[in-house]
Design a protein around this ligand. Structure first.
Ligand code: AMP
Ligand code: MG
Length: 419
């Protein structure tokens, strides 16, 4: 059980994982548009028509011929009718006439300008417009958003909540996306009890099962509730029993594309995962020069790839973000596979005494001048979840770095749900 690389750099581990995942080509599937939130687009979406499809009013007001606007004093325009959003055809004002119009209604033939309601005085079937209005104002030309034939969204882009509207606006009722890997989560540990049940002496509640499942959700990737998961649970929990973990791994390997385990991957008496992965499949690497998260193991059993995440709750989160997330994104042929990275200035100095890449929970805020500032949370122990409540980023401190002064820029990774 020693024929594999160990103590890789974070970058080397990431490259190994991503290269491995890139060999698997995801299937495509067509899903109803709303079910595609968080999924990766299979094909470029090309605008079939202009958006907006017709010139329309950007405001409630009066549509008229801009040439007739007064250069000085004021001018009267006769109201010849009303056009509400959704109405089409019919009205065509002459010079000196106007049409009452609401936001989104098509511009009447000939009209090229909207004067907003608040700027006119209405009087006996006419409006009085004063000098100072601009010709062409408050009109949204056809195609100002997208031109027919233009690319709206690219293959490989994630259909985010804020992007799906553009696809709906294109009239797409369904969309082709890359299939998501089926992911099974196994948590391990004799000391763990499910929330809802009381802890006995020496026991704590299982938090990693929830964190991992929720991070999958945040990546648009649902945990597959496979056989053996408890009711309403997105994961299966196992005691530190070699035989039980062994059969659970075999069952999961037959059922899932990706298995994520938590705990039992260090060198303790009850850490069965490394031996089992070596026995049932193959270890790609074990241990990465990162803190927290050093004991992470990446391997495979049959067709399933396996990520064994260390059990300390913050190690679990850090290793998921650095290595599992890029894997899941690559398996779905996503264009962006890493957590969003930024640089921010430190509010306080950081000292580091070890040779690993350190990930510090941190709160990042923008100053009034636009500078991003980042503050490490108090209590960086890898078992301490408190810092995760207020953190929105991880500060990345490079292997060879020992101290960073206050005011200096550092690299940060934005946490899921923040970006
Ligand atoms: P392990 O990786 O199994 O050596 O566990 C390291 C630490 O993480 C121990 O203090 C465990 O109690 C804790 N731990 C392991 N799994 C979980 C979990 N699912 N939820 C919360 N804490 C855990
Ligand atoms: Mg354990």
């Amino acid at each position: 059980m020693s024929d594999f690389p160990t103590m890789l750099s974070v970058a080397a581990a990431r490259t190994h994982v991503v290269d491995f995942c890139a060999q698997r080509k995801p299937a495509r599937e067509v899903v109803p548009l709303y079910a595609a939130v968080g999924r990766i687009l299979c094909d470029d979406v090309i605008a079939a028509a202009d958006l907006p499809p017709f010139a329309n009013s950007a405001m409630d007001g009066f549509a008229l011929h801009g040439v007739a606007l007064p250069a000085a004093d004021e001018r009267r325009f006769r109201i010849i009718g009303t056009r509400l959003a959704g109405n089409a055809g019919g009205l065509s004002p002459g010079v000196g006439e106007c049409v009452r119009i609401t936001t989104g209604a098509p511009m009447p033939a000939g009209a090229d300008t909207v004067v907003i309601r608040e700027h006119v005085v209405e009087e006996a079937g006419s409006i009085i417009v004063r000098a100072g209005e601009r010709r062409g104002a408050h009109v949204r030309p056809a195609g100002e958003d997208f031109r027919a034939g233009e690319c709206v969204m690219r293959r490989g882009q994630r259909i985010r909540a804020t992007r799906i509207g553009a696809l709906a606006a294109m009239g797409l009722a369904q969309v082709a996306v890359f299939a998501r890997p089926r992911v099974g989560i196994l948590t391990t540990g004799d000391e763990l009890v499910l929330p809802g049940a009381p802890c006995g002496p020496a026991q704590i509640h299982n938090s990693n099962g929830f964190s991992i499942a929720a991070m999958l959700d945040a990546d648009g990737c649902v945990p597959a509730v496979g056989s053996g998961a408890g009711a309403n649970l997105p994961f299966r929990h196992l005691p530190d029993d070699r035989a039980l973990i062994r059969s659970a791994l075999l069952a999961a390997a037959a059922e899932f594309d990706v298995i994520i385990t938590s705990g039992g991957v260090s060198a303790g008496e009850a850490d069965h995962l490394p031996g089992l992965i070596a026995e049932l499949g193959r270890i790609h690497f074990w241990k990465v020069r990162m803190r927290p998260g050093m004991p992470i193991l990446f391997g495979e059993i049959g067709k399933a790839m396996v990520f064994c995440l260390p059990g300390n709750p913050v190690s679990t989160i850090a290793t998921f973000l650095c290595l599992v997330r890029p894997a899941l994104a690559t398996l779905q042929a996503a264009e962006e596979i890493d957590p969003p990275q930024r640089h921010a200035r430190l509010t306080t100095a950081i000292d580091k005494r070890h040779d690993r890449t350190e990930f510090l929970r941190a709160a990042c805020t923008a100053g009034e001048d636009g500078t991003l500032w980042v503050t490490p949370m108090q209590g960086q122990g890898s078992a301490m979840l408190r810092g995760m409540i207020d953190a929105n980023a991880l500060i990345v401190v490079a292997e060879d770095c020992r101290r960073i002064e206050a005011g200096e820029p550092v690299q940060i990774l934005l946490l899921p749900g923040v970006s």
